[in-house]
Design a binder for this molecule. Structure first.
Ligand SMILES: [Zn+2]
Length: 301
């Protein structure tokens, strides 16, 4: 079975309102998925205050309540304590150790993993990726359309010296599905939704959601044809309340379509459920490639 995990930063669930761009007919696929298929899950994790990225994402990718571990919600990039938690065990590392073919589909516009390692500020997903660095996609993968840039179109890649063509959301979706078909587990992270939420600018939020929708619509359609399990969730609310000054305490959507979707969704209540469920659905199953070496050389599988 192949799994595609879409992590959309800063997307909560909220009733339609004039300041909720998610329900404003800008992003019909996202709206439909949230209003008709999503299980609302808690991102506050029993800790007072507004949920934040470093602790929310660490919880999502480790299955450990990082907000309780820290005694507070931690924003931005994970510090030493959270990094220790992420490095000790995380979703992608566990899948890799099980012999699954794992890909972090976000392409880094760099030559080598060492350039990623040398960055001073590293996101949760970057810290996680560095525990199993073969999952990274670099410049060569982007140029071969074997990775997707975080902004979908590569527009902001030009600031890094890229002079090639932009890609359409449809093309980026095709690239992502090809990656998902070539791996057992693929992760794609989109964080411009959180940045747009922080802008408190309805027009910017609308533009970002329209772009994301134009990407997700073909992603879900192609994944359905190819029988790929697609799981989508977020670390905390933000963009669904565009006038709020920061994140929200709204629940976030847990969406799953395709084989294993029911198992992913049934009874899920918080970010703590993401990693254990993904591991129980995908991690214990034999990788899709029948010629996989684990058949003969990995007796523990
Ligand atoms: Zn944020």
């Amino acid at each position: 079975m192949r799994t595609l995990f879409l992590f959309i930063d800063g997307l909560g669930i909220r009733a339609p309102a004039p300041d909720n761009p998610v329900t404003a007919a800008i992003c019909p696929t996202i709206y439909h998925l949230i209003s008709e298929q999503a299980v609302p899950i808690d991102a506050c994790l029993g800790v007072p205050g507004l949920p934040q990225s470093a602790t929310g994402q660490t919880t999502m990718f480790t299955g450990v309540n990082a907000s309780q571990y820290m005694g507070r919600h931690v924003e931005g990039f994970p510090g030493p304590s959270l990094r220790t938690l992420i490095v000790s065990s995380n979703l992608l590392l566990t899948l890799t150790q099980q012999g699954q073919r794992v890909c972090f589909a976000n392409g880094y516009y760099v030559e080598s993993v060492e350039e990623i390692r040398a960055r001073r500020f590293k996101s949760v997903t970057t810290v996680m990726g560095l525990t199993c660095p073969q999952i990274f996609c670099l410049r060569e993968h982007l140029l071969a359309n074997q990775a997707v840039f975080h902004d979908i179109t590569r527009a902001s890649m030009r600031e890094r010296g890229y002079t090639g063509a932009l890609v359409t959301p449809q093309q980026a979706a095709e690239h992502l599905i090809q990656i998902a078909l070539a791996h057992d587990f693929t992760l794609f992270e989109f964080f411009q939704s959180d940045l747009a939420g922080h802008s408190r600018n309805f027009g910017e939020a609308a533009e970002t959601l329209a772009l994301l929708d134009a990407f997700l619509t073909p992603v879900f359609a192609m994944a359905r044809e190819q029988e790929i399990l697609v799981v989508l969730t977020s670390d905390h609310g933000n963009i669904e309340s565009i006038l709020a000054s920061g994140h929200t305490t709204n629940p976030v959507p847990l969406i799953a379509t395709g084989p294993g979707a029911e198992q992913m969704l049934q009874g899920a209540t918080s970010l703590l459920d993401i990693t254990p469920r993904l591991l129980s659905i995908t991690g214990t199953q034999k990788p899709a490639n029948q010629a996989w070496l684990g058949d003969t050389v990995c007796p523990q599988i």
